[in-house]
Write a protein that binds this ligand. Structure first.
Ligand code: GRF
Length: 190
């Protein structure tokens, strides 16, 4: 058995997709870390029976928030972290101190269109080929070794709403596959 911690800031649809794959397996989602007290992700966690923690970032140094997170991860023996729409940048110190791997999902074909507006930037780029990237994180923003990319072709006259829906469908199908494989790998080594 291996333990997954998920970090999210908003809707948490990827968190939900991950939880729905992990819960019936031998592995466990040990916690949801959230920096936004209003996030729908927190309600999803409570409905799924997953412990969730609202971590305050405002009004104190990032290091203090990260120290609190590291201690929660240690308490629940997290082996792997999946970022799922987490809007805070993790410091190099945090990345070095967490003993496991940290994975991120991004709604564009990296290295194209990193940052918070990946869907809008891809949509308005004129590129026909759009998609998603799942990657290990490093100290940069949306950089780090790529594990998987999935793409599709934008239709003529397709709206941004339709593209966004297709991206999310791809994310919800792909992220659990990658994360389950990593959890299995961690489990087989322990
Ligand atoms: C996803 O599009 C993900 O790629 C990006 O943030 C979004 C989070 O959506 N990093 P949700 O909160 O999982 O619904």
């Amino acid at each position: 058995m291996a333990n997954l911690a998920v970090f999210a800031s908003g809707s948490g649809s990827n968190f939900q997709a991950l939880a729905e794959s992990v819960i019936p397996s031998d592995h466990s989602v040990c916690c949801l870390i959230c920096d936004n007290g209003e996030a729908l992700a927190l309600q999803r966690a409570s409905l799924l029976g997953i412990p969730s923690y609202h971590i305050l970032y405002d009004g104190r140094p990032r290091e203090e928030a990260e120290k609190e997170i590291l201690s929660l991860l240690a308490d629940c023996s997290a082996d792997l972290v999946a970022l799922a729409g987490f809007m805070k940048i993790l410091s190099p110190r945090f990345i070095n101190q967490f003993p496991g791997t940290i994975i991120n999902i991004h709604p564009s074909l990296l290295p194209k269109y990193p940052g918070t507006r990946g869907i809008e930037a891809s949509f308005h780029s004129g590129d026909r080929k759009l998609g998603i990237t799942i990657h290990e994180i490093d100290a940069g923003v949306d950089t780090g070794p790529i594990i998987m990319q999935k793409s599709f072709l934008k239709h003529d006259n397709e709206t941004i709403e339709s593209v966004e829906k297709r991206i999310h469908t791809l994310e919800h199908a792909s992220y659990p596959v990658v994360i389950m494989e990593l959890l299995d790998k961690i489990d087989s080594k322990s």
